[in-house]
Design a protein around this ligand. Structure first.
Ligand code: ZN
Length: 152
């Protein structure tokens, strides 16, 4: 398992160092700001298209390596998804991060997103990883901002 942990860590670090799809997306149809006061992570997520079909997603913001890596992976993995497929992808990732029982993750099926399961070993950082996904959901619902410490 240690080799897998190393691999997961490498994936996170690589996305943090060279984030994909970073920068403001223009034009965009939706945007939202996500804030995680526990760590100070702040992300802005921009979406072109909508929940029927995401054409492009980009992000900007300041945050820790995990929050940025998760945002980078999010932008890559939801592009061109829509409808039930998009909802399933978001639910799957949130499940990996927050399910009470350690989930079984198939790296072949999940690709780099599998690395997020490694974040479970650091419970205070889980909200760093979920931030980008909650912010994406907020943007698609035209909710301007979310905080990981509010209930809705
Ligand atoms: Zn963080």
């Amino acid at each position: 398992m240690d080799d897998l942990d190393d691999l997961y860590q490498e994936i996170i670090l690589s996305h943090n160092k060279r984030p994909r799809n970073e920068g403001e997306l223009n034009p965009h149809d939706h945007e939202a700001e996500g804030y995680n006061p526990l760590c100070g992570d702040r992300l802005q997520v921009y979406v072109r298209g909508g929940s029927d079909q995401i054409e492009a997603v980009q992000f900007t913001g300041e945050g820790c390596a995990i929050s940025r890596a998760s945002a980078s992976m999010m932008t890559e993995s939801v592009k061109s998804l829509g409808g039930a497929e998009l909802e399933a992808k978001i639910a799957e990732v949130l499940q990996i991060l927050t399910a009470k029982e350690e989930p079984t993750v198939d790296p072949f099926e999940m690709g780099e997103l599998a690395a997020l399961v490694g974040v479970r070993k650091f419970p205070p950082r889980v909200k760093c990883a979920t931030l980008a996904w909650h912010t994406l959901q907020a943007a698609l619902r035209d909710k301007n901002s979310i905080s990981t410490e509010s209930d809705d």
